[in-house]
Design a protein around this ligand. Sequence first.
Ligand SMILES: NC(=O)c1ccc[n+]([C@@H]2O[C@H](COP(=O)([O-])OP(=O)(O)OC[C@H]3O[C@@H](n4cnc5c(N)ncnc54)[C@H](O)[C@@H]3O)[C@@H](O)[C@H]2O)c1
Length: 266
Amino acid sequence: MKDLSGKVAIITGCASAEGIGFASARALAAAGAKVVITDLEQGAQALQERREELEAQGATPMACTMDVTDREAVSDAVATVVAQWQRIDIVVNNAGYAGGAGAFESISQAAWQRSWDVNVMGIVNLTQATLAALRASGRGASIINNASLAGTGAIAGMAAYTASKFAVVGLTKCLATELGPDGIRVNAVCPGMVLTDMGRSEIRFFQRAGEDLATTEKRLAEEVPLEERWAEAEEIAAAVVFLASPAASYVHGVALPVAGGLAPGL
Ligand SMILES: NC(=O)c1ccc[n+]([C@@H]2O[C@H](COP(=O)([O-])OP(=O)(O)OC[C@H]3O[C@@H](n4cnc5c(N)ncnc54)[C@H](O)[C@@H]3O)[C@@H](O)[C@H]2O)c1
């Protein structure tokens, strides 16, 4: 039920070895998919290292740089993939931006704009660019958007991120209504706390006066009902593979929390 042989998956935000994007690429490849890993130009070197790691695992990977906010670059990358592999079946919109945290009045216009451009328009751009290929792929095509628990509940001090991730969940549900008739399933994963580059950089936003970062990390973990721990990126990737696979053939339009029971918000 989780066999993805013959499928081609494109995943954004894969440069970091510890990130959810690369973990998803690894897991999709392990399920048999050919994977296209992408990230910003500044991550080109890291992306090549990730590609080699996938090859060593026996996978068939392709790596390409593209900024998801650059519609032309996204279209070019998609054209390259289709020219080489003739299809795209799975799109994992994983790239994200979590800058602009802090008190609401301190968040700059630039941070609001970047949150919207990367977290929302990045998904719009890649989804529009891959739609023809996904429609051609037909039943079995799947889009998975990486939202966040911040897309289902309020997180104090993260207004720009939270607003953009609510938009990701809204976009996911709207696309589900529009693309369902074509057999394209659209879902979102909503991770809680994951110790990635982004996860680590967010810890300082929750730091209390006089608290060192290790204590903040531990205090945040203690809020998680399941084993009082942060998630491994692989645990989010497992949900991505499930949503991409025939095992989820009737799962459509959901925002799936993968958060150890954490429930932020009001
Ligand atoms: N780490 C967490 O606790 C957590 C929780 C909930 C949701 N998420 C979401 O998971 C996703 C992956 O984040 P992560 O935690 O693996 O961190 P990460 O920093 O490893 O991954 C984010 C990636 O997005 C890439 N990126 C940023 N802007 C981009 C752009 N314009 N074009 C292309 N790529 C771009 C970055 O280069 C980076 O590789 C994000 O969408 C994030 O919001 C993370």
